[in-house]
Design a protein around this ligand. Structure first.
Ligand SMILES: [Zn+2]
Length: 635
């Protein structure tokens, strides 16, 4: 990296990453590069080479479940067959949809469509019950809309209007391949847009979804059935569970369910089936001929500013690694992740948890009784590091026929997975399942399990390396670990106890004090200018609390670290957030992502801590200064 004229005291992010960003080239098939994304590109390159070798038979693996992933990959790259079949594989399904003339017809096949993951008037799934995290519950919510968020449908949202035009243009071109007449194509598409607009008036916005603890709304099945009629949810439940159909459902977005009559009723049933037809066809293009596949990504490319589709080998790899996430992640972990690194990072996580406890004890706004409960939550945190030890049974069941088309194989595998998930309703929650596979460059905290997941793929430079200094590792993976732990105490996580149950373990006045700090954090980010847009402090508050906690706890460890170099710490903190992205992608993230823009994630949290001012001699003359009374440290 060369010299840059930006002073670190004015812009840490730019001073550290500016030169790299200037020279970096965003790959044609991605909207973004740098930091997490650069690592992801590298992992993908390694894994694609392995898949190529597996497919050619020059390499083998002793993980039996990998053979299905490899076989699916081979179907994906079989351009000749995919092109010769064209739209044919999806035709039987499209004809079936076209023959749905009444709501009764739909009710007859609804369970089948649910298992096949096709868009019904409501979405249904099975997942952990937030009130009792040992068991699963049946969940209902409104359908997906075409645009990323309800806010795009506002009259004055120009990008929403443009994107909808892109979708219409894409869908009309795809529909030309269908057996529909020209008039029908036009009508189906008009109805799809009209139906989508009706849904957008009822479903939750991204901002509402961000407060996920509010998803826990139990409602009697009878009551839900009345709201969603004439759609027969009781028949779906009976098909799936017979006499054991649940009497209570969890409604994630009550408005969409209570006001479902506004978008689904006997009168507009045709509107629904046309929407179902178009959405099913557009989704299917991903597995059809290359011409259809390329048409089908037009909307996504416009939304994120991506120039071109990945090569077919990359797309086929991505489909395989997503559908066979655990076997692929375990293969990656066993092949590319060392035990020494695993032990080292687990030790680091334990040290950070212990430091967190010390900070909790010193905390100034919590009563003793609340501190004790918070410390209990820290003590029971589970750590999932690298990749799972063993492969669950389900992964050996994801089979398809040798003769299947690519489309049929992909749909069969996802249907088996869907059915397996629906069948979990009366099984206890399996806490040994991993939320992220080993080859994913990411990390997470799961509030209902009170556990932390750090996939093998993120445990690399610049986040972590045995060859990096302790200060660099603490500014990288250390702060990420601290960030994930802080999610246990962000505005959402704070609502869950140490068992992962939604329950109030706070004294009223303690929670009020926490809410005041949460509000301060909303204000610290709200309205900050970024690429002509503005950051929403509310949308990003949970992630900003987590970043603040991650920096706070690791800086405390720095004080007890031999040869601690605070400059190295802050530089690596800024390095991991490095990002160069297409303008469309930046705007997309600003409107939809719960994380603040990368430049702000690098630059805002340090200003809250005295160590930042000492490390680089930052004063009130510098851009990266904020007055002591404005500095926030929550955890
Ligand atoms: Zn986070």
């Amino acid at each position: 990296m060369g010299e840059t004229t930006v002073r670190i005291q004015d812009d840490l992010y730019e001073a550290v990453n500016g030169e790299w960003i200037k020279n970096a080239v965003i790959p044609d098939d991605r909207p973004v590069t740098g930091g997490f994304n650069t690592l992801d590109e590298e992992v993908e390159k390694i894994m694609m080479a392995d898949f190529k070798a597996f497919a050619e038979g020059t390499k083998t693996t002793d993980i039996p479940e990998m053979k299905y992933a490899i076989s699916l990959y081979k179907k994906g790259i079989d351009e000749k067959r995919r092109n010769s079949e064209g739209i044919e594989p999806v035709l039987p399904l499209l004809n079936k949809i076209k023959n749905l003339k009444t709501v009764e017809d739909l009710n007859e096949v609804a369970t089948e469509l649910l298992v096949d993951d096709l868009p019904l008037p409501i979405k249904m799934c099975v997942d952990t019950d937030m009130a009792d995290a040992t068991k699963n519950s049946f969940i209902v919510l409104g359908p997906d809309i075409i645009l990323p968020d309800t806010t795009y449908y506002a009259d004055d949202n120009e990008s929403g209007k443009q994107l909808l035009e892109v979708y219409k243009d894409m869908a009309s071109k795809i529909l030309k391949f269908s057996p529909l007449t020209e008039d029908e194509q036009k009508k189906f598409l008009e109805d799809t847009i009209a139906y989508d607009a009706l849904i957008a008036k009822k479903v939750k916005s991204q901002l509402e979804w961000a407060e996920y603890y509010k998803n826990q709304n139990p409602m009697d099945t009878d009551e839900v059935a009345k709201f969603v009629a004439p759609f027969d949810i009781k028949k779906v439940l009976k098909d799936l569970y017979g006499d054991k159909a649940p009497s209570v459902l969890i409604v994630y977005d009550p408005k969409a369910i209570k006001e479902m009559n506004g978008y689904f009723n006997n009168e507009n049933f045709e509107l629904y089936t046309h929407w179902l037809y178009v959405k099913t066809l557009v989704k299917a293009t991903a597995c059809l001929s290359l011409e259809l596949k390329t048409l089908g990504t037009t909307f996504r490319r416009a939304l994120l500013g991506v120039d071109s589709d990945p090569v077919i080998e990359k797309e086929a790899y991505r489909v395989a690694e997503t559908l066979y996430a655990d076997p692929v992640g375990i293969y990656y972990g066993r092949t590319y992740f060392g035990e020494e690194a695993k032990k080292d990072v687990v030790d680091m996580v334990k040290r950070i948890i212990e430091t967190y406890k010390v900070r909790m004890k010193k905390n100034s706004f919590l009563a003793e009784v609340t501190k004790e409960k918070a410390i209990k939550k820290l003590s029971t945190l589970e750590i999932k590091m690298g990749y799972p030890d063993s492969i669950k049974e389900i992964w050996s069941k994801l089979v398809f026929d040798e003769s299947d088309s690519y489309y049929d194989a992909v749909y069969k595998v996802s249907a088996i997975k869907n059915k397996d998930q629906l069948d979990k309703l009366y099984k206890p929650v399996d806490r040994t399942e991993w939320a992220m596979p080993g080859h994913m460059v990411n990390a997470c905290y799961n509030p209902t399990c009170n556990d932390l997941t750090f996939p093998a793929a993120i445990l690399q430079k610049p986040f972590y390396s045995l060859s990096q200094s302790d200060s660099e590792n603490l500014g990288g993976i250390g702060a990420i670990i601290g960030h994930e732990i802080s999610h246990a105490f962000d505005n959402n996580g704070a609502k869950f106890d140490e068992k992962g149950n939604l329950s109030n373990w706070w004294l009223d006045e303690d929670f009020k004090a926490f809410e005041k700090l949460t509000k301060d954090m909303v204000e610290q980010f709200d309205g900050m200018e970024y690429h002509g847009g503005k950051v929403s402090g509310e949308l990003t508050v949970s992630e900003n609390i987590a970043d603040n906690g991650g920096v706070g706890v690791t800086l405390e460890i720095m004080h007890n670290t031999e040869n601690a170099d605070f400059q190295e710490y802050f530089k690596n903190w800024a390095r991991v957030w490095c990002m160069k992205a297409k303008e469309e992608f930046i705007q997309y993230l600003l409107a939809n992502d719960v994380h603040s823009p990368m430049g702000l994630r690098a630059n805002i949290p340090p200003r809250n801590f005295a160590e930042w001012y000492e490390a680089f001699g930052v004063t009130d003359k510098d851009q990266m200064y904020i007055a002591p009374e404005k500095r926030i440290s929550i955890w």
